[in-house]
Ligand binder design. Sequence first.
Ligand SMILES: Nc1nc2c(ncn2[C@@H]2O[C@H](COP(=O)(O)OP(=O)(O)OP(=O)(O)O)[C@@H](O)[C@H]2O)c(=O)[nH]1
Length: 366
Amino acid sequence: MEQSVIPVIVLSGFLGSGKTTLLLRLLKHANENGLRVSVLMNEVGKVDVDGVLVSSSTANQIIESITEGCLCCTKKSELASCLERLALQRPDVIVIELTGVANPEEIAEAMTEPAVIGKVALHRIITVLDAEHALDYNSIFSSDRELIRTLRRQIEVADAVIANKADLISDRTKVKVEQMVRERNPGCALVPAIRCDVPPDLAFAGIVRLSVKQLAFSRMGTPTSERSSPPLKLSLKSAGRPQQEAILVNSQPAQAQTNQSVSSSSQPDSSGSYSRVRTVAIYPEASPPLSRRHFEDFITGRGNRCLRAKGYMPFGTGGKLMLFQLAGRRVEWSPANYEGRPYFVMIGIDLNAAQIEQEWRKLTKS
Ligand SMILES: Nc1nc2c(ncn2[C@@H]2O[C@H](COP(=O)(O)OP(=O)(O)OP(=O)(O)O)[C@@H](O)[C@H]2O)c(=O)[nH]1
């Protein structure tokens, strides 16, 4: 009888910091090394852009998505059933990518529920920091205390912090970012990185392949119910968070795109950590009558209000769909395998869906 507890790695970090970039790296490493990974992705909005991206770049992985809410608040009740489903597949490890506005500590807490104890266990929390913007968050979000608190907790409760986007900062900023992290979390592993290129052991140290676990089980005649977990070489912080087994409850499968041609906005949650953060999704016509530059202006024209945007838009050669990403103030376009209908999602503070929809209609009226 297989009894080992499945380790769970939680990836946290603010919107656009590089969590999906890290996830893709970890999945690649896992594939190459025969580790079976199940993934749980969470988006505050209805549309699961990252899920599409991860599904299209990985094979043999089990991916679940919970959309339209944050796992640490409105969707917390779905965590256990979802974890349970993933655990049934007997992966070697489960990786949860949180929304950018989630407090990872709430996830750790959810793993103390009786329903999940003995099935999964928190392995470590890794927080990805956008080193280019992290020092500005206090001033940008000064009006949203809850959001600032969440961003601090993302650093404080992490076992490892990746100071990502090192290519975009000066040495001076690098030192300041490191100081800021050290003040909040002196004991964590702190790793500067470009595109989350970190040693895979930062996440996977101590995780044993199922086949190896089974071998150990049959040789020793005792269950490997406590997974063997050699200490991580980089210093990890585990004090102050639950050490027991974790679990998640029921999720909703990734939503197929709806037929609505315009927008949807997530409900604010008065008790949740994302407070005033809203999402708006727009499904344009196949070839919207505007240039790529006008599209970028439309998104970036909202200043700091739009914190993150992403989607697939037909601005490639011959109208080919391209992956569009805005993180902080930076826009990035890359080739995409996606073949569905174009769409884009905006995430920001107090975004007004009706107004954005109206502006979009006006802009694209032929
Ligand atoms: N220049 C630079 N860009 C990066 C780096 N890491 C990630 N990016 C870009 O930053 C954007 C956001 O990266 P993601 O990995 O999607 O970030 P995320 O945290 O998953 O974003 P959300 O889940 O939407 O909050 C993308 O355009 C990435 O290509 C980096 O080290 N340097």
